[in-house]
Design a protein. Structure first.
Length: 267
């Protein structure tokens, strides 16, 4: 094989790697810029995130810092995570810009609203955790504190706990997107998912039992929205699948359309 043919094969790979590096650098720059803008307010951001717990602390009780550097490192870590969460639109846009040239036109029409909805659903899950789940959860924890035990939570442990819940609820609210993708790609069909509905409902309550305090009300606060989001994804996936099948049927009936149906090859 000649050197010319080797260069022709290697250049596309080099070009893709260069493009990937450019997209990654833009993501890192976006995170660092947001972090730099928010760092001055790191203490206030932590106070805002800790508000749901502090509201249920006994009178005169405070949160504590058991580590020497915790008063600085904990707000620092939180601010970095907030910058990461807020830069999600930029990150997803860079991912989209990287993969878009390899998609067909009908795939692009579906992918764009899918990306936008995934952003809002992730933020919606975090907001649901903060405004609905946290007050109920911390109220429950405060009510079951044994007599003679003073509730004083370490700020580092609290941050790890709430970040885990933020991420869990954000991912849980992506259920419609995951359901839609399973149907759209063809991994499972709508009929199979409908038959699996009882197992999905049980699974939602199991997840709710793991992530929330051991009371039925708190479990239902997570399980019921997860189930409704699954149903929403099922409906959207069914509608898009029927529309694609209808368009495919029209194309097969139209001979002129067959001559124009020559998609550009993927890179």
């Amino acid at each position: 094989m000649s050197n010319t043919s080797i260069d022709d094969q290697e250049m596309p790979l080099v070009a893709h790697l260069t493009e990937l590096r450019k997209r990654l650098l833009r993501c890192v720059v976006a995170i660092l810029l947001l972090f730099g803008a928010l760092f001055y307010f790191s203490q206030q951001i932590y106070a805002l995130v800790a508000a749901p717990l502090r509201a249920y602390l006994p009178e005169g009780a405070t949160m504590i810092a058991t580590g020497v550097a915790s008063p600085f490192l904990t707000p620092f870590k939180l601010t970095m995570m907030v910058a990461l969460f807020l830069s999600m639109p930029v990150i997803l846009h860079q991912i989209w810009s990287f993969i878009a040239p390899g998609l067909y036109k009908h795939e692009k029409r579906v992918a764009v609203p899918l990306l936008i909805s995934s952003i809002f659903l992730f933020y919606g899950g975090m907001a649901f955790a903060y405004f609905v789940v946290f007050p109920i959860m911390f109220g429950f924890f405060a009510s079951v504190t044994p007599e003679g035990v003073e509730m004083m939570t370490d700020i580092g442990q609290y941050l790890d706990f709430v970040l885990t819940l933020f991420f869990a609820f954000g991912v849980a609210f992506e259920i419609p997107v995951a359901t839609f993708l399973l149907i759209w790609v063809g991994i499972v069909d709508v009929a199979t998912l409908r038959k699996s509905r009882p197992y999905v409902i049980v699974g939602c309550f199991v997840v709710g039992m793991v992530l929330t305090p051991p009371d039925v009300f708190s479990q239902a606060l997570l399980a019921i929205p997860m189930w409704l989001l699954f149903e929403a994804g099922l409906i959207c996936g069914s509608m898009v699948k029927k529309r694609e099948e209808g368009l495919r049927g029209d194309a097969e009936d139209d001979p002129a359309h067959h001559s124009d149906q020559s998609p550009t090859p993927r890179p």
